[in-house]
Design a binder for this molecule. Sequence first.
Ligand SMILES: [Fe+2]
Ligand SMILES: [Fe+2]
Ligand SMILES: [Fe+2]
Ligand SMILES: [Fe+2]
Length: 402
Amino acid sequence: MELSLNSMLYAFSRGLDYVEHDLVGISSHHSKRVAYICALLGEQFGLNENEKSDVVGCALLHDSALPEYIQEEANQGNEVLKSKRTNMARHCVIGEEYAKQIPFHGNVDNFILYHHEAADGNGIIGKKGDEIPLGASLIHLGDQVDAIFHLSAVSDEKYSKIADFIKRQTGKLFAPSQAEAFLDIFHSKESFMYMIDREIDNALNKTLPLYHENYSPEQLVSFASFFARIIDYKSRFTRDHSMGLAKKADAMSNYYHFDAEKKAQYYLAAALHDIGKLAVDSNILEKPSGLTPAEFTAIQDHAWISYSILSEIDGFQPLGSWAALHHEKLDGSGYPFGLTAPELGFEERLMACLDIYQALVEKRPYKDGMPHEKAIGILDKLAVAGRIDGDIVSDLNKGFGG
Ligand SMILES: [Fe+2]
Ligand SMILES: [Fe+2]
Ligand SMILES: [Fe+2]
Ligand SMILES: [Fe+2]
């Protein structure tokens, strides 16, 4: 399938920004700003187009392991969202592992692993100087500056604070040549204007135009596992949900004899269907009961956010609709758009049925998985009520009924 990797990562980075915002209060478009800083610095350091796009990709994903890391800390009883973070290096280690699933052009080893390393060796793993690849230190520089100064708005006063900070940290946080290059490129308040929310997409597109490449079905499956793992770690309540749904989507793709290409596409769409959950407050996602109407709406918003994030990916239709319309119902009672039967194709209907089935049969901390027959009973009732597709429900029964 022809896909634009950078457009896919740009879109995904929006989901990641929500998570990083919860953790350290960064502003929206943070990952894109880090990516943009890396692209400009990379140019200055003579990177070719492929190298530049690799460092941009890693910059977009620099904190992709935060959801998993937050869960790890929570499992040890640590209040990661407040202050006590015992093992920050873990998000670098896990993030590095994740990046191996993405088909970059060249070698990006340690770009994410060392994205919190300081030039003087006082970073969180303790690497220094030549041990840190250029990609990692560029990400580190961009990440630090945007996290501290929120580059979405830069006044004259803020500009001098940034310049002071970079100068003071030269040789400490940042290698002298990189600090110098940064001050060269960002030499005035105006030079930060390309990074305001309204401009950053344009600025990135000019620096690194969207490129399209052909990805094999195996590569699509690898993307899918990458995204599903991150999304599933957003909440311990739904830890196997996206992966579980993707596997069931795959089984039904076999049942319906989709070809290899379509099977991989459907698997990817299933893996991404709840990407909007990255934007929903984990406390609401994990509230055991008694959601207020506002909290209920906040949860439902995930479907619209999934749609919006996936719509940003260049050339991603119809996969975006297969994925994001999974809460629509044939009688118009679903969300986010309240579409009706004629507007919902077979793939959307199948995803909707699979999503309900998966949610019923999966085990969660507060419930056991429901047996197949009982789950099909519930789906049947929904079909009789005209909300989901009865033919598909009977196919699910045949497909999963043992
Ligand atoms: Fe980080
Ligand atoms: Fe960051
Ligand atoms: Fe959903
Ligand atoms: Fe779901």
